[in-house]
Design a protein around this ligand. Structure first.
Ligand SMILES: [Zn+2]
Length: 197
């Protein structure tokens, strides 16, 4: 196989879920019948990789120093939702009517992987909390061991700045039956039960 083709297949394998066979199929497909779109893909990739950085306020992807969401005058400045990744920010934006601000950790506390408060931008977060505008900080880290540890740390950070920390309820899925919910989820839902008005 030609060197360029081998290089292309190898490069495509960096995508999540793409193994050798799929990468080869993609490469052949583009070369055989879609060169124009292949070139467009290459250009879009090149531009995105070079020009998309991180917002200086929320750390979400942005090609401007401050992202459109942070710059939007229509967003509630009293509420800040902290998520682990841009994927989760997008999910919350699409699924809920949330109109507040965000902060993206780009990871979770994981000392073994070298991810500490510094890497998660927690100094930047503390600075934002210290501005005095934010009243509630919604902690939306994942319900994993590391996510929970991160949540605990974040809650302390909020309290130190006189900001009320809240957490997403992790519970029984809508329409689910207790019998079929996994133990961890059930234990969490039980532990974070709420009073009924
Ligand atoms: Zn931003």
């Amino acid at each position: 196989m030609s060197k360029l083709l081998t290089d292309l297949i190898e490069a495509l394998r960096c995508l999540p879920g793409v193994g050798g066979k799929s990468a080869q199929r993609m490469a052949f497909h583009l070369l055989e019948r879609d060169r124009e779109r292949g070139l467009r893909l290459a250009q879009a990739l090149d531009e995105a990789m070079r020009q998309i950085g991180n917002c200086s306020r929320c750390r979400n992807f942005s090609e401007t120093p401050v992202c459109t969401l942070c710059a939007s005058p229509g967003r509630d400045r009293q509420v800040l939702c902290v998520v682990e990744s841009p994927t989760e920010l997008a999910a919350i934006e699409q699924a809920t009517g949330y109109r507040g601000q965000y902060f993206v950790l780009l990871g979770r506390l994981s000392p073994l992987d070298g991810l500490g408060p510094q890497e998660l931008g927690l100094d930047l977060l503390a600075e934002r909390l210290g501005e005095g505008e934010i009243e509630e900080m919604i902690i939306a880290t994942n319900p994993t061991v590391e996510g929970e540890a991160t949540a605990h740390y974040l809650a302390q950070l909020a309290r130190a700045a006189n900001v009320k920390p809240t957490r997403l309820a992790h519970g029984v899925p809508l329409g689910g039956e207790l019998e079929y919910v996994d133990r961890g989820t059930l234990a969490h839902a039980f532990g974070s039960r709420q009073s009924v008005d």
